[in-house]
Write a protein that binds this ligand. Structure first.
Ligand SMILES: Cc1cc2nc3c(=O)[nH]c(=O)nc-3n(C[C@H](O)[C@H](O)[C@H](O)COP(=O)(O)OP(=O)(O)OC[C@H]3O[C@@H](n4cnc5c(N)ncnc54)[C@H](O)[C@@H]3O)c2cc1C
Length: 442
């Protein structure tokens, strides 16, 4: 257990001091999306987090959990923030049952450190994380997933157990002790994507996979829409139906290509798209891993050959698994068979948009230049949302300068909002956990 230290010791309320957890006064660098906390606590285990949360409940302190702090400034600012619970000292691998392909870790462990530990046994957690320094807790709380979500699912699918500390200091485990006030809830599913608004994730257990011994990428450059034979890049018609050939003999649309790849016996692990400029065509890259990767890659190349020039490489394209930009970043989601329509909705708006993401699962990220202008941005968001709504999807603003994000509803319509509000009320009735940081001001 850490000792109390810090220049602000005399200012600490006695109760916080009495926890015995390492606590320091907050500085300007600790601000959460511009809101400065008063103190930062550095607990080393679930018990210490529970003690901190009990004291916070008694003294009505608002709490925000922090992992690597890589993108803490994204998302709306909290309504208030007294105590930052920094999980940097919750960084242990608690158990690696290599024979069972299972690992249990503390939530502040970085994904890089976890990968290093698992690689020593030839295993991996099959999640691709775009940012160095991200922690297990941060990845779960923001529900991010990379290219291989197509084959292995997202963090939610790979998570087999989670330990959380709730706003009142109660420790709850999925699959373990049943806690009365959370009985009946699937904690893993609830806390994945909770943005720190329901409680602190302190431990997580994941299903693992052996590291594949071979990998191939098949990369196809598709023609520019509007050029002869460019049906593949034309995208959907925006009417909610999947793409179809524009005319007899033209190549099938992106949705058809994605469906063919997804159903292919080559069993790709990821099907990604990068479309940097509407004046050119999209690039589609497919990953195959494991046994007979070379032969399977050739089968994918043959399948893609009708859509554009396809080549096989032993390394990923430079953009693989990275964000297209970070000044203005939006997330677009539609049902998996409608990615082509979503791409078209974004690229046909006449703004210099750049789209990247999973063609197979239709989770795409869009970046715009920061000097796009407030009204152009607001119109873009509104029109793209209309088109995506017709496709059964939506758009979220992940990050943008205040002069842009202030012009729009960051989250857009969310059907499950009443349910999410009830969950928040049940888990955090005092609104002390990162209040206002999630959808609908939750
Ligand atoms: C609102 C928001 C949305 C994001 N969406 C995306 C996205 O769609 N794609 C993408 O690539 N990146 C996204 N990010 C960036 C994401 O933060 C990083 O990619 C990385 O996963 C975060 O890891 P971290 O450890 O640095 O977390 P931090 O940056 O420290 O925290 C990120 C969020 O997770 C919460 N959090 C952290 N640890 C815990 C914990 N132990 N228990 C409970 N809550 C915790 C924080 O309160 C904060 O809301 C998003 C970030 C935010 C804040």
């Amino acid at each position: 257990m850490g000792a109390l230290h810090g220049t602000g010791e005399a200012l600490l309320p006695g109760a916080l001091r009495g926890t015995g957890v390492t606590i320091r006064e907050a500085g300007p660098d600790d601000a959460v999306a511009g809101v400065p906390p008063r103190w930062v606590a550095l607990p080393e285990n679930t018990g210490e987090v529970a003690t901190l949360m009990r004291v916070s409940a008694e003294h009505d302190l608002a709490v925000t959990p922090v992992g690597g702090g890589t993108r803490l400034h994204w998302g709306p600012p909290p309504e208030r923030c007294d105590l930052l619970i920094d999980t940097c000292c919750l960084n242990q691998v608690l158990e690696h049952a290599a024979g069972d392909l299972v690992v249990r870790v503390q939530a502040g462990l970085t994904m890089d450190s976890l990968a290093e530990t698992l690689a020593a046994e030839g295993q991996e957690l099959s999640l691709d994380v775009p940012l160095d320094g991200a922690t297990v807790g941060g990845v779960l709380a923001t529900a991010i997933a990379g290219p291989r979500r197509f084959r292995h699912g997202t963090a939610r699918d790979l998570l087999i157990g989670v330990t959380v500390v709730l706003a009142d200091g109660t420790t709850a485990k999925s699959g373990g002790k049943v806690v009365k006030n959370v009985a009946g809830y699937d904690l893993g599913k609830l806390f994945t994507g909770s943005y720190g608004t329901l409680g602190v994730i302190t431990e997580a257990a994941f299903r693992l996979h052996p590291i594949p011994d071979d990998r191939r990428w098949i990369i196809a450059e598709l023609p520019t829409p509007g050029t002869p034979g460019a049906g593949a890049a034309q995208g959907a018609r925006g009417d909610g139906r999947p793409d179809a050939p524009e005319r007899p003999g033209s190549p099938p649309g992106l949705d058809v290509l994605a469906a063919e790849l997804a159903a292919s016996q080559a069993e790709p692990s990821a099907i990604e798209v990068d479309w940097p400029d509407a004046r050119g065509g999209p690039v589609v890259a497919v990953l195959v891993e494991g046994r007979a990767a070379d032969a399977r890659a050739r089968a994918v190349r043959d399948l893609m050959a009708g859509h554009g020039t396809a080549r096989i490489t032993t390394g990923p394209p430079g953009w693989w698994g990275t964000l297209p930009g970070e000044d203005v970043l939006l997330e677009v989601r539609v049902p998996p068979s409608r990615a082509g329509g979503a791409l078209r909705a974004v690229m046909a708006r006449g703004l210099p948009a750049h789209v990247r993401g999973s063609l197979a699962t239709a989770a795409l990220q869009v970046t715009l230049p920061p000097d796009v202008g407030g009204s152009a941005f607001a119109e873009f968001v509104s029109r793209v949302r209309d088109d995506l709504g017709r496709l059964g999807g939506g758009l979220t603003v992940l990050t943008a300068p205040q002069e842009l994000v202030g012009r729009v509803d960051r989250w857009g319509p969310v059907g499950a909002l009443p349910l999410l509000r009830r969950v928040k009320e049940r888990f955090d009735p005092g609104r002390r956990m990162s209040p206002g940081r999630s959808v609908g001001g939750i």
